[in-house]
Every structure is written in structure tokens, then in C-alpha cells.
Design a protein around this ligand. Structure first.
Ligand code: ZN
Length: 161
């Protein structure tokens, strides 16, 4: 006879395996083409930089999700880039991708931050506007800080390496 605790343990274990299998099946069935849509707001980005960001983003996104059907759309009227597909893509990953593009193309005056009200949205702001809202970005690696003191402590690390 099994102890009650042991019985519960094996049951939890079995259920975990089952739910993992179900989650995978559900993902394959429903999440492939439409799943998560992440938006990038270019409202404050000047025209000449929009095409550069769009080009790089399209390239990078396809590269990162090369085994999945994905789509990168740009809505000119709303100034929104929408990233479709890639069910395991999340906002932090997308934010990092946009930050890396800004660094790579030396777009120093703009920074990528999560949208204040929307969980599925990144917004690209002028660096000074972001700082007015209390978000300070490192110019070298785009890490974000709450104030200039933390940022300057972080910057010293770059200079000493
Ligand atoms: Zn840094």
C-alpha cells in the first residue's frame, strides 16, 4: 500500500507529463500562424530611420524564427510594425532585438522601451523623452536604469573592461 503523500506525488508527476503533451499539441494546432502579435510603435521615429529599423527588424525576426511561418507588417498610417508568428517570442526578446538594431545602426538618439499601458507593445522614443519619463539607457548596451546615478555607475564598468 502506498502512503498518501507518495500517491499524490506520482499523480502530480503523471499529470505534468500529460499537460506538457497537451500544451505542445495545442501550440502546434492553434499557435502557429497567428499566436502572439507584438507591436512596435514608430510614432516618434523620423521617416529616414523608419525604413532602416523596418529592414533590420524584418531580417532579424525571420532569422530568429527561421523554422516558423512569420510575418512582419508595417502599417504606415498607425506607424506600427506588427510581428506575427513565433509562439515563443516574448516582449523582452523583442525589446532586446530592437535595442540591438538601434545599437548596430548607431541610432543613438532613440531608445526602445516597453509601452506604458500595453503588454504586447514596444515603443521607440527619443532618448531625452525616455529620460524625462525616468528611464535611462546605456549608450553602449542599452540596459535601462531608473536614474543617472545608477547609469553612471554602470557606465564605469564599460570603461574599465
Ligand atoms: Zn551598458
Amino acid at each position: 500500500m502506498k502512503f498518501r503523500g507518495e500517491w499524490i506525488m506520482t499523480n502530480i508527476f503523471d499529470n505534468d507529463i500529460q499537460s506538457l503533451a497537451i500544451t505542445d499539441t495545442v501550440k502546434n494546432l492553434f499557435y502557429t500562424p497567428f499566436s502572439v502579435v507584438i507591436e512596435i510603435d514608430l510614432e516618434f521615429v523620423p521617416e529616414n530611420l523608419k525604413s532602416i529599423i523596418l529592414y533590420e527588424l524584418d531580417r532579424e525576426y525571420r532569422h530568429q524564427n527561421r523554422l516558423k511561418p512569420t510575418k512582419v507588417d508595417f502599417d504606415n498610417n498607425r506607424n506600427i510594425i506588427a510581428l506575427y508568428g513565433g509562439y515563443n517570442s516574448d516582449l523582452q526578446k523583442t525589446e532586446r532585438m530592437v535595442k540591438d538594431i538601434l545599437i548596430k545602426r548607431r541610432i543613438n538618439e532613440y531608445v526602445a522601451v516597453p509601452h506604458a499601458e500595453r503588454q504586447d507593445k514596444i515603443i521607440i522614443l527619443k532618448r531625452e523623452h525616455s529620460e524625462q519619463q525616468g528611464i535611462y539607457h546605456c549608450r553602449h548596451c542599452a540596459m535601462a536604469f531608473d536614474d543617472e546615478i545608477q547609469l553612471s555607475a554602470h557606465l564605469r564598468m564599460h570603461y574599465f573592461i
